[in-house]
Design a protein around this ligand. Structure first.
Ligand code: SF4
Length: 342
Protein backbone atom coordinates (compact mmCIF):
# COMPACT_ATOMS: atom_id res chain seq x y z
CA UNK A 1 0.00 0.00 0.00
CA UNK A 2 1.24 3.48 -0.84
CA UNK A 3 -0.01 6.77 0.52
CA UNK A 4 -0.88 8.38 -2.80
CA UNK A 5 -4.54 8.88 -3.47
CA UNK A 6 -6.28 6.82 -6.17
CA UNK A 7 -9.78 8.21 -5.64
CA UNK A 8 -10.77 11.49 -4.04
CA UNK A 9 -14.40 11.92 -2.99
CA UNK A 10 -15.51 15.42 -2.03
CA UNK A 11 -18.94 16.70 -0.94
CA UNK A 12 -20.59 13.69 -2.50
CA UNK A 13 -24.37 13.73 -2.29
CA UNK A 14 -26.81 11.19 -3.70
CA UNK A 15 -30.49 12.02 -3.77
CA UNK A 16 -33.69 10.45 -5.04
CA UNK A 17 -36.97 12.28 -5.45
CA UNK A 18 -39.61 10.15 -3.78
CA UNK A 19 -43.27 10.79 -2.99
CA UNK A 20 -42.51 11.78 0.60
CA UNK A 21 -39.90 14.32 -0.52
CA UNK A 22 -36.19 14.23 -1.27
CA UNK A 23 -34.45 11.07 -0.13
CA UNK A 24 -30.87 11.96 0.73
CA UNK A 25 -29.02 8.62 0.76
CA UNK A 26 -25.44 10.00 0.77
CA UNK A 27 -24.77 13.28 2.55
CA UNK A 28 -21.71 15.44 2.01
CA UNK A 29 -19.27 12.58 2.03
CA UNK A 30 -15.50 13.17 1.87
CA UNK A 31 -13.12 10.23 1.54
CA UNK A 32 -9.74 9.36 0.04
CA UNK A 33 -8.97 5.87 -1.25
CA UNK A 34 -5.23 5.19 -1.32
CA UNK A 35 -3.50 3.34 -4.13
CA UNK A 36 -3.13 -0.39 -3.54
CA UNK A 37 -4.93 -0.39 -0.21
CA UNK A 38 -7.97 -2.42 0.71
CA UNK A 39 -10.50 0.00 2.07
CA UNK A 40 -13.45 -1.59 3.83
CA UNK A 41 -16.74 0.26 4.00
CA UNK A 42 -19.02 -1.13 6.70
CA UNK A 43 -22.45 -0.21 8.03
CA UNK A 44 -25.99 -1.46 8.51
CA UNK A 45 -28.04 -2.14 5.40
CA UNK A 46 -29.52 1.10 4.08
CA UNK A 47 -26.69 3.24 5.52
CA UNK A 48 -25.65 4.45 2.05
CA UNK A 49 -22.52 2.37 1.50
CA UNK A 50 -23.60 0.84 -1.83
CA UNK A 51 -24.60 4.28 -3.09
CA UNK A 52 -21.09 5.58 -2.38
CA UNK A 53 -19.70 2.62 -4.34
CA UNK A 54 -22.01 3.19 -7.31
CA UNK A 55 -21.05 6.87 -7.34
CA UNK A 56 -17.43 5.89 -7.99
CA UNK A 57 -18.66 4.66 -11.39
CA UNK A 58 -21.36 7.33 -11.79
CA UNK A 59 -23.81 4.43 -11.80
CA UNK A 60 -26.58 5.65 -9.48
CA UNK A 61 -29.81 4.16 -10.87
CA UNK A 62 -32.58 6.44 -12.15
CA UNK A 63 -34.26 8.52 -10.80
CA UNK A 64 -31.37 9.18 -8.42
CA UNK A 65 -28.43 11.46 -9.02
CA UNK A 66 -24.96 12.08 -7.59
CA UNK A 67 -23.39 15.51 -7.14
CA UNK A 68 -20.08 16.69 -5.74
CA UNK A 69 -16.73 15.39 -6.92
CA UNK A 70 -15.27 11.95 -7.56
CA UNK A 71 -11.74 12.36 -8.91
CA UNK A 72 -9.90 9.26 -10.08
CA UNK A 73 -6.11 9.51 -10.23
CA UNK A 74 -4.71 6.79 -12.53
CA UNK A 75 -1.17 5.68 -11.81
CA UNK A 76 -0.13 7.18 -15.15
CA UNK A 77 -2.18 9.91 -16.74
CA UNK A 78 -4.36 12.87 -15.94
CA UNK A 79 -6.99 12.88 -13.17
CA UNK A 80 -10.50 11.97 -14.28
CA UNK A 81 -13.59 13.75 -12.95
CA UNK A 82 -15.89 10.73 -12.97
CA UNK A 83 -19.20 12.54 -12.52
CA UNK A 84 -18.43 14.74 -15.55
CA UNK A 85 -17.67 11.95 -18.05
CA UNK A 86 -19.84 11.74 -21.17
CA UNK A 87 -21.64 8.40 -21.79
CA UNK A 88 -19.00 6.98 -24.14
CA UNK A 89 -16.09 7.97 -21.89
CA UNK A 90 -17.98 6.53 -18.92
CA UNK A 91 -18.59 3.24 -20.77
CA UNK A 92 -14.84 2.88 -21.33
CA UNK A 93 -13.95 4.07 -17.84
CA UNK A 94 -16.04 1.34 -16.21
CA UNK A 95 -14.17 -1.98 -16.39
CA UNK A 96 -11.02 -0.41 -17.89
CA UNK A 97 -10.17 1.82 -14.91
CA UNK A 98 -12.54 0.84 -12.13
CA UNK A 99 -14.45 -2.46 -12.16
CA UNK A 100 -17.17 -3.59 -9.80
CA UNK A 101 -18.34 -6.99 -8.56
CA UNK A 102 -21.73 -7.32 -6.90
CA UNK A 103 -23.11 -10.07 -4.72
CA UNK A 104 -24.96 -12.81 -6.55
CA UNK A 105 -22.84 -13.44 -9.65
CA UNK A 106 -25.84 -15.13 -11.26
CA UNK A 107 -27.53 -11.80 -11.96
CA UNK A 108 -24.31 -10.28 -13.34
CA UNK A 109 -23.96 -12.95 -16.03
CA UNK A 110 -26.22 -13.38 -19.05
CA UNK A 111 -27.69 -16.89 -18.54
CA UNK A 112 -27.72 -17.72 -22.27
CA UNK A 113 -24.04 -16.88 -22.82
CA UNK A 114 -21.12 -19.14 -21.90
CA UNK A 115 -18.40 -17.73 -19.68
CA UNK A 116 -16.09 -17.68 -22.72
CA UNK A 117 -18.58 -15.49 -24.60
CA UNK A 118 -18.72 -13.07 -21.64
CA UNK A 119 -14.93 -12.69 -21.73
CA UNK A 120 -14.81 -12.30 -25.53
CA UNK A 121 -17.64 -9.79 -25.63
CA UNK A 122 -16.12 -7.64 -22.89
CA UNK A 123 -12.77 -7.55 -24.71
CA UNK A 124 -14.41 -6.78 -28.08
CA UNK A 125 -16.69 -4.05 -26.69
CA UNK A 126 -13.69 -2.22 -25.31
CA UNK A 127 -11.55 -2.68 -28.43
CA UNK A 128 -9.00 -4.95 -26.75
CA UNK A 129 -6.94 -7.62 -28.53
CA UNK A 130 -9.17 -10.69 -28.02
CA UNK A 131 -6.58 -13.55 -28.24
CA UNK A 132 -4.19 -11.75 -25.90
CA UNK A 133 -7.09 -10.93 -23.55
CA UNK A 134 -8.34 -14.52 -23.52
CA UNK A 135 -4.84 -15.70 -22.66
CA UNK A 136 -4.78 -13.20 -19.81
CA UNK A 137 -8.23 -14.48 -18.74
CA UNK A 138 -6.89 -18.03 -18.67
CA UNK A 139 -4.12 -16.95 -16.35
CA UNK A 140 -6.49 -15.07 -14.05
CA UNK A 141 -8.86 -18.06 -13.81
CA UNK A 142 -5.91 -20.28 -12.93
CA UNK A 143 -4.83 -17.79 -10.30
CA UNK A 144 -8.32 -18.11 -8.82
CA UNK A 145 -7.89 -21.93 -8.72
CA UNK A 146 -10.38 -22.56 -11.53
CA UNK A 147 -9.92 -24.88 -14.52
CA UNK A 148 -10.04 -22.37 -17.43
CA UNK A 149 -11.19 -24.89 -20.07
CA UNK A 150 -14.06 -26.14 -17.98
CA UNK A 151 -15.12 -22.65 -16.83
CA UNK A 152 -14.91 -21.07 -20.30
CA UNK A 153 -17.14 -23.83 -21.74
CA UNK A 154 -19.73 -23.55 -18.97
CA UNK A 155 -22.90 -21.51 -18.78
CA UNK A 156 -23.35 -19.56 -15.55
CA UNK A 157 -25.93 -21.97 -14.10
CA UNK A 158 -23.52 -24.89 -14.61
CA UNK A 159 -21.05 -23.47 -12.08
CA UNK A 160 -21.36 -23.59 -8.29
CA UNK A 161 -21.92 -20.30 -6.46
CA UNK A 162 -18.28 -20.04 -5.41
CA UNK A 163 -16.99 -20.83 -8.93
CA UNK A 164 -19.36 -18.30 -10.46
CA UNK A 165 -18.25 -15.57 -8.10
CA UNK A 166 -14.59 -16.33 -8.88
CA UNK A 167 -15.35 -16.33 -12.62
CA UNK A 168 -16.97 -12.92 -12.18
CA UNK A 169 -13.93 -11.60 -10.32
CA UNK A 170 -11.74 -12.90 -13.18
CA UNK A 171 -14.00 -11.21 -15.75
CA UNK A 172 -13.83 -7.93 -13.82
CA UNK A 173 -10.01 -8.04 -14.11
CA UNK A 174 -9.85 -8.86 -17.81
CA UNK A 175 -9.40 -5.21 -18.87
CA UNK A 176 -6.71 -4.67 -16.22
CA UNK A 177 -8.46 -2.07 -14.04
CA UNK A 178 -6.46 -0.43 -11.27
CA UNK A 179 -9.39 -0.38 -8.85
CA UNK A 180 -11.85 -3.15 -8.01
CA UNK A 181 -15.00 -2.41 -6.02
CA UNK A 182 -16.62 -5.39 -4.33
CA UNK A 183 -20.14 -4.91 -2.97
CA UNK A 184 -21.06 -7.75 -0.61
CA UNK A 185 -19.20 -10.13 -2.96
CA UNK A 186 -19.45 -13.10 -0.63
CA UNK A 187 -22.91 -12.55 0.87
CA UNK A 188 -24.56 -15.41 -1.03
CA UNK A 189 -21.78 -17.92 -0.21
CA UNK A 190 -21.25 -20.28 2.69
CA UNK A 191 -18.74 -19.42 5.38
CA UNK A 192 -15.96 -21.62 4.04
CA UNK A 193 -16.27 -20.23 0.52
CA UNK A 194 -16.39 -16.67 1.93
CA UNK A 195 -13.06 -17.14 3.68
CA UNK A 196 -11.55 -18.78 0.62
CA UNK A 197 -12.62 -15.87 -1.62
CA UNK A 198 -11.14 -13.42 0.88
CA UNK A 199 -7.81 -15.26 0.70
CA UNK A 200 -7.96 -15.26 -3.10
CA UNK A 201 -8.71 -11.55 -3.17
CA UNK A 202 -5.64 -10.88 -1.07
CA UNK A 203 -3.55 -12.90 -3.52
CA UNK A 204 -4.88 -11.21 -6.65
CA UNK A 205 -4.55 -7.79 -5.04
CA UNK A 206 -0.85 -8.40 -4.56
CA UNK A 207 -0.38 -9.92 -8.04
CA UNK A 208 -2.25 -7.22 -9.94
CA UNK A 209 -1.33 -4.34 -7.60
CA UNK A 210 -5.00 -3.53 -7.19
CA UNK A 211 -6.75 -0.95 -5.08
CA UNK A 212 -9.73 -2.70 -3.48
CA UNK A 213 -12.86 -1.10 -2.06
CA UNK A 214 -14.75 -3.79 -0.15
CA UNK A 215 -18.31 -3.07 0.98
CA UNK A 216 -20.10 -5.21 3.50
CA UNK A 217 -22.28 -5.31 6.61
CA UNK A 218 -20.08 -8.20 7.82
CA UNK A 219 -17.55 -6.62 10.13
CA UNK A 220 -15.62 -9.79 11.11
CA UNK A 221 -15.18 -10.64 7.43
CA UNK A 222 -13.91 -7.15 6.69
CA UNK A 223 -11.26 -7.37 9.37
CA UNK A 224 -9.74 -10.30 7.45
CA UNK A 225 -9.00 -8.18 4.41
CA UNK A 226 -9.22 -4.42 5.04
CA UNK A 227 -6.17 -2.25 5.71
CA UNK A 228 -8.46 0.62 6.66
CA UNK A 229 -12.12 0.76 7.54
CA UNK A 230 -14.69 3.49 7.01
CA UNK A 231 -17.83 3.12 9.12
CA UNK A 232 -20.99 4.50 7.61
CA UNK A 233 -24.02 5.61 9.58
CA UNK A 234 -26.97 7.70 8.42
CA UNK A 235 -25.57 8.27 4.94
CA UNK A 236 -22.17 9.61 5.99
CA UNK A 237 -18.90 8.27 7.41
CA UNK A 238 -18.73 8.46 11.19
CA UNK A 239 -15.32 6.86 11.75
CA UNK A 240 -12.29 6.16 9.53
CA UNK A 241 -9.11 4.45 10.72
CA UNK A 242 -6.70 1.59 10.12
CA UNK A 243 -8.39 -1.73 10.88
CA UNK A 244 -6.47 -2.59 14.04
CA UNK A 245 -6.63 1.01 15.26
CA UNK A 246 -10.39 1.03 14.81
CA UNK A 247 -10.87 -2.31 16.51
CA UNK A 248 -8.80 -1.36 19.54
CA UNK A 249 -9.38 2.39 19.88
CA UNK A 250 -12.73 3.15 18.34
CA UNK A 251 -13.86 6.66 19.25
CA UNK A 252 -17.44 6.57 17.97
CA UNK A 253 -20.35 5.08 19.95
CA UNK A 254 -21.87 3.60 16.78
CA UNK A 255 -18.69 1.72 15.86
CA UNK A 256 -18.51 0.37 19.40
CA UNK A 257 -22.17 -0.68 19.20
CA UNK A 258 -21.43 -2.44 15.90
CA UNK A 259 -18.52 -4.28 17.50
CA UNK A 260 -20.67 -5.21 20.51
CA UNK A 261 -23.48 -6.55 18.39
CA UNK A 262 -21.35 -8.57 16.00
CA UNK A 263 -21.91 -12.22 16.76
CA UNK A 264 -19.47 -14.95 15.83
CA UNK A 265 -20.05 -18.65 15.38
CA UNK A 266 -19.69 -19.29 19.09
CA UNK A 267 -22.19 -16.66 20.25
CA UNK A 268 -25.34 -18.35 21.62
CA UNK A 269 -28.54 -16.96 20.00
CA UNK A 270 -29.78 -15.56 23.34
CA UNK A 271 -26.63 -13.43 23.62
CA UNK A 272 -26.86 -11.85 20.17
CA UNK A 273 -27.44 -8.13 20.70
CA UNK A 274 -28.92 -5.52 18.42
CA UNK A 275 -28.36 -1.78 18.35
CA UNK A 276 -31.29 -0.13 20.07
CA UNK A 277 -33.43 2.45 18.30
CA UNK A 278 -34.55 2.76 14.72
CA UNK A 279 -32.41 3.26 11.65
CA UNK A 280 -32.35 6.78 10.23
CA UNK A 281 -34.79 7.74 7.50
CA UNK A 282 -33.18 9.23 4.37
CA UNK A 283 -36.10 11.63 3.93
CA UNK A 284 -35.82 13.06 7.45
CA UNK A 285 -33.23 15.58 8.56
CA UNK A 286 -31.83 15.00 12.05
CA UNK A 287 -30.39 18.09 13.70
CA UNK A 288 -26.96 17.89 15.33
CA UNK A 289 -25.27 14.48 15.41
CA UNK A 290 -27.19 11.96 13.29
CA UNK A 291 -26.58 9.25 15.90
CA UNK A 292 -28.02 11.21 18.84
CA UNK A 293 -31.44 9.47 18.85
CA UNK A 294 -29.67 6.15 19.54
CA UNK A 295 -26.61 7.29 21.45
CA UNK A 296 -26.41 6.69 25.22
CA UNK A 297 -24.03 9.66 25.55
CA UNK A 298 -26.18 12.22 23.70
CA UNK A 299 -26.59 15.64 25.33
CA UNK A 300 -27.72 19.14 24.31
CA UNK A 301 -24.59 19.82 22.27
CA UNK A 302 -25.08 16.56 20.35
CA UNK A 303 -28.68 17.46 19.54
CA UNK A 304 -27.75 20.97 18.42
CA UNK A 305 -24.40 20.72 16.64
CA UNK A 306 -23.22 18.32 13.97
CA UNK A 307 -19.77 17.11 15.00
CA UNK A 308 -18.20 16.31 11.60
CA UNK A 309 -15.10 14.13 11.35
CA UNK A 310 -12.35 15.17 13.77
CA UNK A 311 -8.93 13.74 14.60
CA UNK A 312 -8.95 11.09 17.33
CA UNK A 313 -5.37 9.87 16.95
CA UNK A 314 -2.92 9.72 14.05
CA UNK A 315 -4.75 8.65 10.87
CA UNK A 316 -7.93 8.12 12.84
CA UNK A 317 -11.03 10.32 12.58
CA UNK A 318 -14.44 10.09 14.21
CA UNK A 319 -17.44 12.37 14.11
CA UNK A 320 -18.22 12.61 17.81
CA UNK A 321 -17.94 15.61 20.15
CA UNK A 322 -16.86 13.29 22.95
CA UNK A 323 -14.59 10.86 21.11
CA UNK A 324 -11.95 11.10 23.86
CA UNK A 325 -14.47 9.94 26.49
CA UNK A 326 -16.13 7.24 24.39
CA UNK A 327 -13.72 4.35 25.17
CA UNK A 328 -14.31 4.83 28.93
CA UNK A 329 -18.05 5.42 28.62
CA UNK A 330 -18.99 2.69 26.15
CA UNK A 331 -17.50 -0.71 26.71
CA UNK A 332 -17.57 -3.26 23.93
CA UNK A 333 -19.58 -6.26 25.12
CA UNK A 334 -19.11 -9.72 23.66
CA UNK A 335 -16.06 -8.80 21.64
CA UNK A 336 -16.40 -11.27 18.81
CA UNK A 337 -13.67 -13.85 18.73
CA UNK A 338 -11.74 -13.73 15.51
CA UNK A 339 -12.13 -9.96 15.34
CA UNK A 340 -10.22 -8.55 18.29
CA UNK A 341 -8.51 -11.39 20.06
CA UNK A 342 -6.42 -12.87 17.28
S1 SF4 B 1 -21.68 13.49 19.14
FE1 SF4 B 1 -22.94 12.97 20.91
S2 SF4 B 1 -24.69 11.82 20.08
FE2 SF4 B 1 -23.12 11.87 18.52
S3 SF4 B 1 -22.01 10.00 18.79
FE3 SF4 B 1 -20.91 11.56 19.96
S4 SF4 B 1 -21.75 11.45 22.02
FE4 SF4 B 1 -23.16 10.33 20.66
Amino acid sequence: MTDDVAIEIRDLEVTFDVERGESNVVRNVDLDVYREETLGIVGESGSGKSMVALSLLDAIPEPGGASGEVIYHPENGDPVSVLDLDPEALRRFRWEQIAMVFQGAMTSFNPVMSIREHFRETLQDHGYDVPAGMERGTGILEQLYLDPDRVFESYPHELSGGMRQRALIALSLILEPEVLILDEPTAALDLLMQRSIINLLREIQATFELTLVFITHDLPLLTKIADRMAVMYAFDFVEIAGTQELLHHSGHPYTRALLSTTPDLTTPPEEIQTIEGTKPDPVEYISGCSYHPRCPMADEQCRATEPGLMDVRANHEASCHYHADVPDEITIRNRPRGVIDE
